[in-house]
Write a protein of this length. Structure first.
Lengths: 322, 166, 499
């Protein structure tokens, strides 16, 4: 397929450079896959990386390819099968892919890739319309325990981060997560309209998406999922309200399976150098992303824990067969 | 949106005999309905409030069966619109061109070769005999397109041996 | 009055020579990229966004608006000239537009499309400036049950595209509905009709279906009939420009299209497809020249094109007032704002009126620029049809597959394109109408998920559909529209039997 000649291309490049071992960092010629259509979050991450890696002199060239489909399931299959052992390729991914792979019964899993680093994350928030009788996260917990079917949550796609969070919230406060009435909407705009129009009880989304509405007083934020209060955000965390719910919608970058430890280190170093550059910091600020750099084995640990947690939640709500 | 068949030449006596193609269409609709029901029956029952994912396929399947009956009646009464004779050769040429395109992309032959193959076969289907000249034209056009996408839009089209030379 | 002053100031900014130049570049780039099928305005904006990074906020927004409108217009150009709708919203345009082009009336078709877009865009932009706060209040109250009822109205009007046999029309529609089931179910995440192929999980892409049925199917059909008589395409027959008659027949559809497009576009889940279909079927019903429909009626181009453009301006209502990106394009607009650290929303009008009004002013400018750029090009565009037939169709096929290859370079997607092409050929041969298939694919999934959302919220109580006044009204309209033709036809048949 397409990726088999990518490998060939990598080999040709390696031959041309006369490099048998890992190429020196300055000569990295990277291929970066965004397993989504151009324009989306993963694509923007990949294209920002491309920009910074080249501008900061970490890589000589970076080529972004888009392989959209099914929350990244199509992309990762191509990546794992086609780029195996190629130390010049990376793929952008994130939280959503974990759930998508489990739900789509993908034969390829995230266990197979070589984790490189987590890059960014976004805090999640639960909101209610300003006129709602629910004032705090505990109020919502009480409502859930009283009649879980009547508490409707609006959020993004089934099995995505919002859905997982609704189930985690219900489970944490002692309601039956299996019975949550979660209503997926396509796109943040549509679900926000449903919340503002009072069609649903509560809404779940990334904080930045609803920040304007919260500041304008049209939505009330019940809590955020960060471990500590965020600087400049006057919203209590769930933790300080006695609900142990910490979660972030993260994005990361991974390498193909079967690369050598040296190749892994070279890629890890390149990403670290990129993250520390001013150009990257500028991009984070411009796009409103939070820096969440976590490299090497620490990220591998984190990834494994997230996979376990998400799979369990999706099983509990019946989206994944156990 | 009726295609411009010979409807201009009406009135014409409708042939009063069973239309085989109509029977095939009715049968195909029934098969499609069966596939829908079979697929819906495999959906796991998930806890959901309201309507599940299997309801809509069943509704559509029922509609398809009714429409199959309608098409069957039309076919038996020979009420299908008259068809002109067709020349199958150019059709197969174009389909062959599409198959070539898919094959070349699938096996990593790249955008330029794939779309050039389609161009040449289609042009031949429309009666052109100058295959060599058409090949040159096709290669030139598709190379330009490839360069425009790659350099101006940074959108990478599938690359093959030719693209790597650029 | 404040609004006028703010708008006047915005205009003054946008009219600076440098900004006019940016608008021109934006419109040009947008049109050039937007003509590619499968690459709609959203993707066009996404691809060209980096170009605008280097400019100051004002200039950047203006170029942005130009790219946006240019991208939309580009889709219509290919729909009219080569029956290849660049995006789902220009599908209705292809129905009559391409017939006009084949009859040598491509010039007036392109002109009514450009001028209609300008008129609709201008009216809708005025609406945006003055009605936005009021309209958004209405839009937010539109719930899932109301959307479902709106879909019912849209479904009923589909019959306008059925041709002369209801059985064959409905068959086409149901094939479209079946295709709409393919992929991951939005509400439960379960895969339907995917047969274990990961590429099918995202469902059937509207542009793949439309391009396959329209462009590829047409090429196959024309090729199969070549031995009868070579189809002669005359690029220009009669006037290249709109005649007085064309103007007379266009202006009402423009206005009606705007009336459909702007409010529905302002609905968070309204989109551009529904208003274009509604406009098409309305024009078909109201026309004084029913015999021309299906053979190239100018009303069928003027209305949908106006609706398409007006809905684009409508999308900006929730974006600017609530920060709600309700379409892929609006999401890209949001990205455009965010590069200046701005979050559109309730506070934007208060915090940065200069930028909001600057944007609205640049929409006016971009719209005008589109007219300036495209009307002189109409003559050039229609010459495309003078290319020898073999090269023309070969070029169309390359062009049609190119969009698919660029957007989704997979063997499965290309195979679908080819399969839809063969399907389009067979449907033409056996006289099944083609438009209902695409309409079924677009409307089916929306209707299904909105109905199921409404039922999930009401815990399965179907009465929710009648309890909302808006939904009850729309369902009533749908019912009347559904029954009226049957009653009329029944009467007609009764009379015919008496003869």
């Amino acid at each position: 397929m397409i990726s088999s000649h990518m490998r060939l291309f990598g080999a040709v490049v390696a031959l041309l450079l006369g490099a048998s071992g890992p190429a020196p960092a300055q000569q990295l010629e990277l291929k970066l896959m965004a397993p989504a259509a151009p324009g989306g979050g993963w694509d923007q991450t990949a294209r920002s990386m491309q920009q910074v890696l080249v501008a900061a002199g970490v890589a000589r060239s970076v080529q972004v390819t888009n392989v959209p489909g099914a929350g990244g399931s199509v992309g990762i299959a191509q990546f794992v099968n086609g780029a195996k052992g190629d130390g010049n390729q990376m793929m952008v991914n994130g939280f959503v892919m974990v759930g998508a792979l489990a739900m789509n019964k993908s034969p390829v899993t995230l266990d197979q890739v070589t984790p490189i680093a987590r890059l960014t994350e976004e805090t999640q928030v639960i909101v209610v319309p300003a006129s709602s009788p629910i004032k705090t996260a505990q109020d919502l917990a009480v409502a859930l325990k009283a009649d879980i079917a009547k508490v409707t949550f609006a959020g993004g796609s089934a099995g995505g981060v919002d859905h997982v969070m609704a189930a985690l919230f219900a489970g944490t406060v002692g309601a039956d997560a299996k019975k949550i009435n979660y209503i997926p909407f396509s796109g943040g705009g549509e679900s926000l309209a449903a919340i503002l129009g009072g069609k649903v009880t509560a809404g779940i989304s990334g904080l930045s998406e609803y920040e304007g509405q919260i500041k304008a007083g049209k939505l009330r934020a019940l809590g955020v999922t960060s471990a500590q209060r965020l600087p400049g955000v006057d919203i209590p965390t769930f933790k300080e309200q006695g609900i142990d719910l910490v979660l972030a919608n993260w994005r990361s970058v991974v390498a193909p399976p079967g690369i050598t430890p040296e190749q892994r280190k070279a890629l890890g170093d390149a990403v670290e150098k990129m993250v520390k550059s001013d150009a990257w910091k500028g991009i984070l600020k411009q796009k409103g992303w939070d820096d969440a750099y976590l490299g090497g084995d620490a990220f591998a640990d984190f990834l494994n824990k997230e996979i376990a947690r998400v799979t369990e939640v999706l099983k509990s709500v019946g989206l994944v067969k156990s | 949106m009726t295609p411009d068949t010979a409807s201009d030449n009406l009135p014409r006596e409708p042939p009063r005999r069973i239309d085989r193609a109509g029977l095939a269409i009715a049968a195909a609709l029934v098969v499609l309905a069966a596939v829908l029901v079979w697929d819906a029956s495999k959906l796991p029952a998930t806890t959901m409030y309201g309507m599940g994912p299997e309801a809509m396929p069943i509704v559509i399947a029922v509609g398809l069966v009714i429409l199959a009956a309608g098409n069957l009646i039309d076919a038996l009464r020979g009420r299908l619109p008259p068809r002109e004779s067709m020349d199958p050769k150019p059709v197969w040429l174009i389909i062959g061109g599409l198959a070539l395109l898919i094959g070349i992309i699938g096996f990593g032959g790249g955008f330029i070769l794939a779309t050039s193959a389609l161009f040449v076969t289609t042009s031949a289907a429309f009666g052109r005999r100058a295959v060599a000249a058409d090949t040159v034209i096709a290669l030139a056009i598709t190379t330009l397109i490839y360069l425009a996408f790659d350099k101006l839009l940074t959108l990478s089209l599938p690359a093959g041996p030719l693209e790597r030379l650029l | 009055m404040e609004t006028f002053a703010a708008l006047a100031h915005g205009m003054a900014v946008a009219m600076q020579p440098m900004n006019l130049l940016y608008a021109l570049i934006g419109v040009f780039l947008g049109t050039a990229v937007g003509v590619l099928p499968g690459i709609g305005p959203a993707l066009t904006v996404a691809l060209l966004l980096p170009v605008t990074y280097k400019l100051d906020p004002g200039g950047s927004l203006i170029m942005f608006a130009g790219i946006y409108y240019g991208g939309m217009y580009g889709g219509s150009t290919t729909a009219i000239l080569i029956n290849t709708p660049g995006e789902s919203a220009s599908m209705a345009t292809a129905l009559e537009g391409n017939k006009m082009a084949k009859a040598g009336r491509g010039g007036p078709a392109l002109a009514t499309s450009a001028i209609g877009s300008f008129v609709a865009g201008t009216i809708a932009t005025i609406g945006l400036a003055f009605l936005a706060p009021w309209l958004v209040d209405f839009a937010v109250r539109f719930g899932p049950e109301d959307y479902f009822a709106l879909m019912c109205v849209a479904f009923v009007t589909v019959s306008a595209t059925f041709g002369d046999s209801p059985v064959r029309g409905l068959t086409s529609l149901f094939i479209g509905l079946t295709l709409g089931l393919v992929g991951i179910d939005k509400l439960t995440g379960q895969a339907r009709l995917a047969f274990g192929i990961p590429e099918l999980l995202d469902g059937v892409e509207v542009t793949t279906l439309a391009v396959g049925l329209f462009a590829v199917g047409e090429a196959l059909y024309v090729a199969s009939r070549r031995h009868h008589a070579e189809e002669k395409l005359e690029p220009v027959r009669g006037s290249l420009w709109m005649t007085r008659e064309d103007w007379r027949r266009s202006w009402k559809p423009w206005l009606r299209g705007t009336l459909f497009g702007f409010p529905i576009g302002a609905l968070p889940a309204g989109g551009a497809e529904i208003p274009t279909f509604l406009s098409y079927s309305t024009e078909r019903r109201l026309t004084k020249y029913p015999k021309e429909f299906g053979k190239g009626a100018i009303e069928g181009v003027a209305g949908p094109e106006a609706a398409n453009n007006a809905s684009a301006a409508g999308t900006l209502v929730p974006l600017l007032t609530l920060g709600l990106p309700t379409s892929a394009t609006a999401a890209m607009m949001l990205a455009g704002f965010q590069q200046y650290g701005l979050n559109p929303g309730p506070l934007l009008f208060a915090e940065r009126p200069d930028l909001v009004w600057g944007l609205i002013a640049s929409l006016f400018i971009a719209n005008g620029m589109l007219l300036v750029l495209n009307l002189p090009l109409v003559g050039l565009w229609v010459r495309l049809l003078a290319i020898p037939q073999a090269w023309l169709y070969a070029g169309i096929l390359v062009f049609a597959t190119m969009g698919t290859i660029a957007a989704k370079p997979s063997v499965v997607e290309l195979s679908m394109l080819a399969a839809f092409g063969v399907m389009g050929f067979l449907m033409r041969r056996f006289d099944f109408p083609i438009a209902p298939v695409v309409i079924g694919l677009i409307l089916g999934p929306i209707a299904e998920s909105q109905l199921r959302r409404a039922l999930a919220i009401s815990l399965g109580d179907p009465m929710v559909l009648l309890q909302s006044p808006m939904s009850a009204t729309l369902l009533g309209i749908a019912l009347i529209a559904l029954l009226a033709p049957f009653v009329l036809r029944g009467l007609g048949r009764f009379k015919a039997n008496e003869d």
